[in-house]
Design a protein around this ligand. Structure first.
Ligand SMILES: Nc1ncnc2c1ncn2[C@@H]1O[C@H](COP(=O)(O)OP(=O)(O)OP(=O)(O)O)[C@@H](O)[C@H]1O
Length: 342
């Protein structure tokens, strides 16, 4: 296991600043999620840490040691990508054993390490099968086992679950968490999926245009975004933003209630909600519309998620209602810079 640090790391491809000044501190044994839209530089950052891209400037430290000049092989980093790249003609066992054979490890030691990794990932019964006889989820577990057998100091996972369907992703996510608990390997996990980031990470780093915009506990970022980019990126649904009296006020859909019907007490911001669409999902109702007081033309969409029992038969499409948000749930942003003001 090891710590990982980057200091003012830049990786450019000609004019493209794929990584543009990243300072990252990952503690020994930590599981950190890197969340960003497509093209924000997540993969390039991972590849630079692994030594597959040379940084334009800045440093990478692994276990406190400057790694810039170390070749990828000696960094003791294992990478798992969304395409698992298993060898199609080798059995699962031989795929997993391959990195150890490359190290010329004795056969009995290889056998015990493969069986350890296979047990951790519950694939002991699949070791004789070739990849084409495995499901997507099983292949992904074989790829994880292959990455794990070498006992890497650091795991880099680049969207390893993106080939799985939604149900399998959910169970694979729980499995990855368990795997991390049991092995304690320092892990950086890349995703563009907010739900995955909220559910997996002890800490999440939100990336945009080659930079880390904010890093912290997922709920803390969700509640206290440092700027409008993070506010609109983190969470599903993300924060509502309304321009009122020259300030952007942000609040979450679950804090936006018909006047007098919410659980909140204390000071309230009063807003007029023009309802455009209502979606009844069973336990809750999603209400889409816009705030009449918004000073922008046209006003952007705003969402309220309300318990069904609270609004059943009360909210209709095309109508206008008095709504309110508790002041303590409101975050303020500068409309010019997008930065938090309170
Ligand atoms: N080898 C390369 N040559 C030139 N430009 C590149 C290269 N690799 C990446 N880029 C550019 O660098 C930027 C960051 O790409 P990167 O793949 O790191 O983003 P990402 O966040 O991982 O995206 P995705 O989620 O789509 O994989 C993009 O603008 C991309 O086009």
């Amino acid at each position: 296991m090891a710590t990982l640090e980057t200091r003012d790391l830049h990786t450019y491809f000609g004019q493209v600043r794929a990584v543009d000044g990243v300072d990252l501190d990952v503690k020994d044994g930590e599981f950190i999620v890197l969340l960003g839209a497509s093209g924000s530089g997540k993969t390039t950052l991972m590849r630079t840490i692994a030594g597959l891209e040379r940084p334009t400037s800045g440093e990478v430290y692994i276990g406190g040691r400057l790694a810039n000049r170390l070749p990828p092989k000696t960094r003791n980093i294992a990478m798992v990508f969304q395409s698992y790249a298993l060898y199609p003609h080798k059995t699962a066992y031989r795929n997993i054993a391959f990195p150890l054979q490359a190290l010329r490890m004795p056969t009995d030691k290889i056998r015990s390490r493969v069986s350890w990794a296979a047990n951790l990932l519950s694939i002991g019964h699949l070791l004789d099968r070739k990849p084409r006889a495995l499901s997507g989820g099983e292949r992904q577990r074989v790829a994880l086992a292959r990455a794990l057998v070498r006992e890497p100091a650091i795991f880099l996972m680049d969207e390893p679950l993106s080939n799985l369907d939604a149900k399998l992703r959910h169970s694979a996510r729980r499995e990855l968490k368990r795997l991390h608990r049991e092995t304690g390997v320092t892990t950086i996990y890349v995703t563009h999926d907010q739900v995955e980031a909220m559910g997996l990470g002890e800490r999440v780093a939100v990336m945009n245009a080659g930079r880390i915009e904010q890093i912290g506990a997922p709920l803390d970022i969700y509640r206290n975004p440092v700027n409008t980019f993070v506010a609109q990126f983190m969470g599903s649904p993300p924060m509502n933003l309304v321009l009122r009296n020259g300030t952007l006020i942000g609040f979450h859909a679950e804090d936006f209630f018909p006047r007098g019907r919410g659980p909140g007490s204390g000071d309230m911001e009063q807003l007029t909600f023009r309802v455009v669409q209502v979606e009844e999902l069973g336990s809750e109702v999603l209400v889409y519309g816009y705030v009449a007081e918004d000073e922008r033309e046209p006003p952007p969409e705003v969402l309220a998620t309300l318990p069904t029992a609270l609004v059943s038969g009360y909210i209709a499409e095309g109508a206008e209602y008095p709504f309110e948000v508790p002041h303590r749930a409101i975050r303020r942003f500068d409309p010019a810079t997008g930065l938090r003001e309170d």
